[in-house]
Design a protein around this ligand. Structure first.
Ligand SMILES: *Cc1c(COP(=O)(O)O)cnc(C)c1O
Length: 438
């Protein structure tokens, strides 16, 4: 893994050829809309392999990867221990439709790291985790309404698709067709960081709100941090009104330290969802919380929720190997120190460039918004100049840096990024911002 990058071949002939074939048989040539290049122009890259902090497209171009499968690859691509675990498990069979010790092991690792999660149910995607957590909260409280925050994303289940952050914002979708009006009416939106708005909703819908769901650090409208008092305020409001607090840690779980972001932020939700990192790059996610609530889920209770591939042995092995590697001393300290240096240097470069911009960052999550700060909610984020972001994205891509093809996402740093990678990226940002001015 040399640090000197070969010049990127901008024609990407093979990527284009594969993508054109893909468009005939895959919707938009992608299996998740956030992978499309709609808002930045050009065809999406077709990826062939990844190693550490780098990914390689079908034309053999090398990129420093700041998507990392949208945060899942905290250890970087093809981490040796994770790869070995997957290979070993594959030789024993990949799915049984029966319980394995691996599920117990991964659940034990997670509950030890996050003690207020007493019991867990594994599912295959973050979408399933949040959808199931909401069903459970509705059953537990015998209420129907849910409060979410504008710009927060909780997967693509019907109840969460209004004002739901990056994927929809990038495509200009405010309300999703196909979601029954009757169901959409059960979802209430409030601006992120606005406790008064939540208080008003509780007053207006007294005794009817089952749950408030929140990203503890929003990362799907770009990174937006909770202001002091916001999360504790939600905790207090939900408790006072007999509603549950669902903390969606699908991105933040195990991202900032070995455990939940909630622990760092001084709040404990009734239910927590996780995904991305805990599957080590394979499809696994989870919801969990106090036993008193979780015991309502089938087979102990009547809240039905199931999955043929839930707790899949390959994914559980990858998850266990990932958490094992993450629990080694100093891993997070090194990552967070590197991230802090990265963000400090980005801020300096941005300030010198004269390009209006604002950087929100927490640990290894960061967003450069092309607007003047501060950015404390979705309305602020939407003031960003997305055309300028598109140009920035292309300038960076041509310098071998793979960022999200949308303004409203985080840059994900991994533990495989090195100080040299960071220096190369900062240099590319300096040049790209310069290019935007000319
Ligand atoms: C990615 C994400 C989800 C959805 O997870 P999938 O595995 O893509 O279904 C839910 N919540 C948050 C906060 C996410 O970032």
């Amino acid at each position: 893994m040399g640090t000197a990058k070969a010049a990127v071949n901008r024609e990407r002939r093979k990527s284009r050829e594969i993508f054109e074939r893909g468009e005939k048989v895959l919707v938009g040539g992608v299996n998740s809309p956030v992978r499309a290049f709609r808002s930045v122009g050009g065809d999406p890259l077709v990826m062939e392999r990844g190693l550490g902090a780098r990914i390689y497209d079908a034309d053999g171009n090398e990129y420093l990867d700041y998507i990392g499968s949208w945060g899942a690859m905290l250890l970087g691509h093809a981490h040796p221990a994770v790869t070995a675990a997957i290979v070993e498990q594959a030789q024993r069979g990949t799915s049984y439709g029966a319980t394995t010790e691996l599920e117990v092991e991964l659940a034990t690792r997670i509950t030890r790291a996050v003690p207020f999660i007493e019991k867990i149910r594994f599912v295959s995607s973050g979408t399933e985790a949040t959808m199931s957590a909401l069903r459970l909260a509705r059953a537990f409280t015998k209420r129907d309404l849910v409060v979410k925050f504008e710009g927060c994303y909780h997967g693509h289940a019907d109840s969460f698709l209004s004002q739901a952050g990056s994927g929809l914002a990038t495509l200009g979708i405010a309300a999703c067709p196909g979601v029954p009006q009757a169901l959409a009416e059960l979802t209430l939106n409030a601006p992120y960081n606005d406790l008064n708005a939540v208080e008003r909703l509780f007053a207006l819908h007294s005794g009817k709100i089952a749950a408030v769901i929140v990203e503890p650090i929003a990362a799907n409208m770009g990174v937006v941090q909770p202001e002091a008092g916001f999360l504790p305020g939600l905790r207090e409001l939900t408790r006072k009104n007999g509603a549950l607090l669902i903390v969606d840690e699908v991105i933040t779980g195990f991202r900032l330290h070995f455990g939940a972001a909630q622990t760092l932020l001084g709040v404990e939700g009734d239910l927590t969802t996780m995904g991305k990192i805990i599957g080590g790059g394979l499809p696994a996610a989870a919801y969990g919380g106090r036993a008193e609530i979780m015991n309502l889920v089938a087979p102990l209770g009547a809240v039905y929720q199931a999955g043929t591939l839930a707790g899949n042995p390959l994914a559980m092995r990858a998850g266990c190997a990932t958490l094992e590697a993450l629990s080694a001393p100093g891993k997070y300290e090194a990552l967070n120190a590197l991230a802090e240096k990265f963000v400090t240097e980005l801020r300096q470069v941005l300030a010198k460039s004269g390009v209006p911009g604002h950087i929100n960052a927490q640990g290894s999550l960061a967003t450069l918004f092309f607007c003047d700060g501060p950015v404390r909610n979705y309305d602020d984020a939407k003031r960003s100049d997305t055309a300028r972001y598109a140009n920035f994205f292309r300038e960076m891509l041509n310098r071998g840096i793979f960022l999200s093809p949308a303004q409203f996402e985080a840059m994900f740093l991994s533990m495989a990024h090195t100080p040299e990678d960071i220096a190369a990226t900062v240099a590319a940002v300096r040049e790209s911002l310069q290019a935007l001015r000319t």
